[in-house]
Design a protein around this ligand. Structure first.
Ligand code: SF4
Length: 474
């Protein structure tokens, strides 16, 4: 279903506004669709059967498809109060050695399930967490050596790592470059000292700016900066200053997330006082401010919460209609199977998903028993596959071509998706979605609500009417 022509997102929204009325109607709780079905639909699968079967069933043609690797490194020295990640807070760095030993075991087991591992070249690697830079230089070297010993890497492999600015120096960035990393993602969130104190993550602007400069000098291909709006003590005025500072250091990519205050689900968030959070109207204002600032400074809107400079690869694949989406968000690598390593990591191969156990104890116990440390998984049925394709195409390309779907899956779009099309009418009325002769097309302003539109195609959500437990779409 790749018959979509590229769409112009450069001039997005400069004249258009996300109004409080639109927010009230369409900023509803919903999944981020890094997978379909969403991970909470996966079934118990302690044997890793879904993943193993999918890897075994890869046709000989697919056996040469590239691999994408994700490694979850869960350790952090201190907790950020907004955090919703699976992490282990500790100052005990000796825990890393044991974790690396088990990661190595997992890599060996995983490779044993690949029918022809020498042909599965790694084209993308991402280290996430937790804080990957909790590991010292020697430990990161050990990890990279282990990965390269188990998996063959393409020479131009895209290697990225999440960096906590508080844990790196110029020499550490140099080491990362020497290890083959060519992309960095800095967790910043906000530069206002008062906000940083309120979320327990203090990292002065000057420190981040110096590291960004180092990254440029060292020749990293792309540097991403993560921001969050809706944090305690943020205001349109304070956020304006943060945006000016972000634009001063000009990251290649910007991820702008909304803070979702769910203290009942995420314990660290109980340290954030609800009365310190900005009002809904101020949140809308900050989002609008950010969009206009990024657009005015030449960033392309990628989708949902991502922006990139026009010459960044993410913006290029978006223009070419080749953008993809998986558990790491938007990415550039079509067709690769994703192998997740480490606690809570998610894999995606062919028609299957699987997710690993979340605690270190469970992880070590499974590997001691020579089992993949899988907790749950799913093999998609025919209906799931059609809906996944439609949802991901909508989220990545912003348009659905009815004829392409009908030819690929042998369905009649209007009757198969009658309920979804009826639900989408309210987006059409507001001009967020346009019905054309060929299909559906998300308007420029509609891109910010594309997640809510995708929900219309989610069979599970409507069957159970349970979207309230997700965070809001913006
Ligand atoms: S936000 Fe990142 S660095 Fe902070 S506690 Fe969570 S995982 Fe660790």
């Amino acid at each position: 279903m790749n018959e979509n022509t590229p769409m112009d997102t450069r001039s997005l929204s400069v004249q258009e506004k996300i109004t409080p009325v639109l927010m009230k109607r369409f900023d509803i709780p919903g999944p981020r669709y890094t997978s379909y079905p969403t991970a909470d639909r996966f079934l118990p699968d302690s044997q890793g059967k879904h993943l193993i079967d999918a890897l075994n069933q890869r046709s000989s043609a697919a056996e040469s498809l590239p691999l994408a690797l994700y490694v979850h490194l869960p350790f952090c020295e201190s907790v950020c109060y907004y955090c919703a990640c699976n992490k282990v807070i500790t100052k005990d760095h000796s825990k890393v050695a044991e974790y690396l030993r088990y990661l190595d075991k997992e890599m060996g087991l995983m490779v044993s399930y690949l029918p022809d591992p020498a042909r599965r070249m790694v084209s993308q690697l991402h280290l996430g967490g937790g804080s990957p830079t909790f590991l010292d230089d020697e430990e990161l070297t050990q990890l990279m050596n282990g990965l390269r010993a188990h998996f063959p890497f393409e020479s131009g492999c895209e290697c990225s790592i999440e960096v906590d600015p508080r844990t790196v120096t110029t020499s550490r960035l140099t080491h990362l470059r020497d290890l083959g990393f060519n992309r960095l993602s800095f967790g910043v969130q906000d530069f206002d000292p008062k906000v940083q104190q309120a979320v327990h993550r203090v990292q002065p602007f000057e420190q981040v700016a110096a590291l960004m400069q180092d990254a440029r000098t060292l020749g990293f291909d792309s540097v991403n900066l993560d921001l969050i709006y809706g944090l305690p003590h943020q205001s349109p005025e304070s956020f304006d200053q943060t945006l000016r500072q972000v634009l001063e250091v000009q990251p290649d990519r910007i991820a702008l997330y909304a803070y979702a205050h769910l203290p009942a689900r995420f314990k660290p968030q109980r340290r954030i006082h609800a009365e310190d959070l900005p009002q809904a109207a101020d949140k809308v204002h900050m989002l609008d401010q950010a969009i206009h600032a990024f657009m005015a400074h030449g960033y392309d809107y990628i989708g949902m919460d991502h922006f990139a400079l026009p010459d960044d690869q993410l913006a290029q694949v978006k223009r070419e209609g080749r953008l993809q989406r998986n558990f790491q968000g938007y990415h550039t690598n079509a067709g690769a199977d994703l192998i997740g390593l480490g606690v809570s990591a998610i894999s995606q191969a062919g028609q299957a998903y699987s997710q690993s156990v979340k605690t270190l104890e469970e992880y070590y116990a499974a590997l001691d028993g020579a089992m993949l440390p899988v907790e749950r998984g799913l093999t998609l049925d025919d209906d799931d596959l059609i809906r996944r394709d439609v949802i991901m195409t909508l989220m990545c390309q912003g348009r659905i071509n009815f004829d392409a779907v009908e030819r690929q899956y042998g369905i009649e779009f209007s009757s198969y998706f009658a309920e979804a099309l009826a639900r989408l009418q309210e987006f059409e009325i507001e001009g967020l979605l346009i019905r054309t002769l060929a299909g559906l097309e998300v308007s420029k302003l509609g891109w910010f609500f594309v997640r809510a539109m995708a929900m219309s195609f989610d069979k599970y959500l409507w069957r159970h009417q349970d979207h309230q437990r997700f965070s809001k779409v913006l």
